[in-house]
Design a protein around this ligand. Structure first.
Ligand code: GCU
Length: 667
């Protein structure tokens, strides 16, 4: 019989559900934690103590009253090894464990870390561990509309119940805050970047203040996406020109109004002059002029502006991938010090694989923050199991070479490369009102991975997967090992069956689910998948070398040099940067066409393996979560096959080549 059967579905617990530990660990922990005390008594310290009690109980180690054993003390200290949100945990052989921090929030983070160590079976008897977040703003971006519909949401309606706010504050807010705090997430943009001005009206400010009140004790600030033309739409002004004094005054007054209701309001997120959204360019002003005007309005209150670099307009006929760099790089040095330019991980749009965005490393005088998409718009949405920890980490570990070898994206984002103190990482949330929060059990891992990497961009995605698995399904080695084995190659499998060898944006129009590489009729060229793969009888791929769009020139010279030649381009990005004949020889000697087909096959085969691996866990996992994941894997398997067959059939209709020998036949 298996040691542990993870108990039945209680979706709201996420990775905080914690199963009882095996008996020896349980009694060691109980001995370690016989008395719990805190020397700080503010609201967050009280939460920290309560979380410690609750977490220990979940692990089966409720402290025995009056029992003999060790003490865990939460204590505020002056400690120069940690920053204001960091913590320092020491455990001595005499049974004294101290979770120390400079602020109460550090105590809460320290407690969650201690519980994470316990839940994952780490030794706790002697500890000397200091940890501080490497990134300052660790923020979820909700693409939630005020009517409850979540743009690119695959897990039900928005958790924000605007109708019943501010009077009714759903207990969900606390559960949500707690899950975020357990990872160190400290900010939440509540509304969609495609924003409506309504969110800035007095009734909505009052509703937001109620949400802020629920999240505050957990160390989380609220932010709003701002619509550029709000001064006209709700302020009665004739213009939204950032250099018009009346416009600046309106935003100042609006900011004052928000801060009067929410003193720790974080600031604004702005999508401007992109996909039809208004912005300063409508008035012939630059992104910097726009951002700085808004930044001045929140500056007296300590707020920031997160200004998105995802710009996507009509003026990029040759290569959409170049626009953000062209618009933003020349503005380096012009942004106010409380502006962060928020850059997506890649230059197109959250594809299963993208090369890192060329703006990273190219704007040393600007606070650049990362934007990842946790919700899997292009990566199988709710049903496909495609762990994104590997995707996030791949981008963070990419070397921009901006200041020589080792100038990783992570060092741009954490500020160390260029000496920035205001740093940030945003994740487009995959959270909705579904009972499991994220549309599937395994999608919870992407939220988890985002939070952990925002705290420490150097963490390995495998470590994160193991942690998540142990907390979500219990610490039995068979379960943790198998779940990790399923997760780690899962995103590469999706790359294989969707967009092998650097292909991109071949998904169905609008919904972005399923294959549609044949679509060519849409009004704007870059809406059509054919624009991205450019397959014809001779070859396939987007030439971004000097012979083509020359997007490679946006990278630092050593990188551009490598990318200029297909032979020195990472094969995983080959067709992103090069248009190549179908018989181009890959490194393993195969022709490009045959290599592509083998990747499609490999993706499908990997999903089949994931099914077998998951099935082997049946005795260890509760019925509900087992069955749901099993059903989703069956969907994924069928759809991986669909991706493969449809993509190959389409490309064959263009290149008229036979299937290479040994490849699977269409299902
Ligand atoms: C993608 C996505 C949109 C979203 C946009 C953005 O294009 O499909 O729904 O609004 O990204 O990031 O602004």
């Amino acid at each position: 019989m298996p040691q542990t059967v993870a108990h039945a579905e209680d979706g709201h617990e996420l990775w905080l559900r914690a199963s009882p530990l095996p008996a020896p660990q349980r009694s060691a922990l109980r001995h370690q934690a016989t008395r719990l005390q805190t020397t700080a008594h503010g609201p967050t310290a009280r939460l920290a103590l309560a979380e410690l009690q609750r977490g220990l109980a979940r692990l089966g180690a409720t402290p025995a009253r009056g029992g003999k054993g060790g003490t865990i003390t939460l204590e505020l200290v002056q400690d120069s090894r940690i920053n204001d949100e960091g913590f320092h945990i020491t455990a001595r052989p005499d049974g004294q464990t101290v979770i120390a921090a400079r602020r109460e929030i550090g105590l809460l983070y320290g407690v969650f870390h201690y519980l994470r160590l316990a839940a994952t079976g780490a030794p706790l008897a002697t500890l000397d561990l200091a940890s501080s977040p490497r990134v300052q703003l660790r923020v979820l971006n909700h693409w939630d509309n005020l009517d409850g519909v979540v743009e690119r949401g695959y897990s039900g309606r928005s958790i924000w119940d605007w109708w019943r706010l501010p009077d009714w504050r759903d207990t969900l807010y606390t559960e949500y805050a707690r899950a975020n705090a357990s990872l160190g997430i400290n900010g939440v943009v509540v509304n969609n970047v495609n924003a409506k001005s309504t969110s800035l009206t007095a009734p909505y400010i009052a509703k937001l203040a109620a949400i802020a009140g629920e999240l505050r004790p957990w160390g989380i600030r609220v932010y709003l996406s701002a619509r550029w033309t709000a001064p006209m739409e709700i302020g009665g002004l004739k213009s939204a020109d950032p250099l018009d004094p009346a416009v600046a005054a309106w935003w100042r007054a609006k900011s004052d109004e928000i801060y009067a209701a929410i003193p720790d309001f974080g600031g604004f997120l702005v999508k401007a002059n992109s996909e039809g959204q208004p912005g300063p360019q409508d008035y012939r002003r630059s992104h910097a002029e726009g951002a700085n005007m808004l930044a001045a309005a929140v500056k007296p209150h300590g707020g920031v502006v997160m200004w998105r670099a995802f710009v996507y307009a009509h003026d990029n006929p040759d290569d959409r991938a170049k626009q953000a760099y062209n618009d933003f790089q020349p503005l380096d040095g012009q942004f106010a010090d409380n502006v962060l330019v928020q850059v997506k991980n890649g230059a197109i749009d959250f594809q299963p694989r993208e090369p890192f965005h060329p703006l990273f490393g190219a704007m040393p005088k600007t606070n650049l923050m990362m934007e990842f998409q946790i919700t899997k718009e292009y990566v199988g949405q709710s049903t496909h199991l495609t762990y994104l920890g590997t995707l996030f980490s791949e981008t963070l570990q990419a070397d921009t070479q901006a200041k020589g070898t080792g100038s990783t994206v992570a060092k741009v984002v954490d500020g160390t490369l260029d000496g920035h103190r205001l740093t940030g990482m945003a994740g487009v949330a995959n959270i909705g009102a579904d009972r499991d929060w994220s549309g599937s059990i395994f999608n919870q891992a992407d939220w988890y991975a985002f939070g952990r990497l925002a705290w420490d961009p150097e963490l390995s995605p495998e470590t994160i997967a193991r942690e998540w698995a142990a907390q979500t399904f219990g610490p039995a080695p068979k379960v943790v090992n198998t779940v990790t084995t399923i997760m780690m190659p899962s995103r590469e499998a999706a790359v294989d069956y969707m967009t092998p060898l650097g292909l991109a944006h071949v998904m169905g129009t609008g919904h972005h689910y399923g294959p549609a590489p044949w679509v060519s009729h849409l009004a704007r060229p870059e809406w059509n998948p054919v624009y991205y793969h450019k397959a014809d009888a001779q070859g396939i791929g987007f030439d971004r070398s000097a012979k083509g769009s020359n997007a490679i020139s946006q990278y630092a010279p050593p990188i551009a040099q490598k990318l200029s030649d297909p032979a020195t381009t990472d094969e995983r990005q080959l067709l992103w940067f090069h248009h190549l004949p179908w018989d181009y020889r890959l490194k393993n000697g195969e022709a490009l066409w045959s290599g592509m087909v083998h990747h499609y096959d490999a993706g499908v085969a990997q999903v089949a393996r994931m099914q077998v691996q998951w099935d082997s866990l049946q005795p260890y996992i509760d019925k509900e979560r087992f069955a749901k994941t099993q059903a989703f894997l069956a969907i994924q398997r069928r759809e991986a096959q669909w991706w493969r067959d449809a993509s190959i059939a389409y490309f064959q209709s263009v290149n008229h080549l036979d299937l290479p020998s040994g490849s699977a036949k269409p299902a």
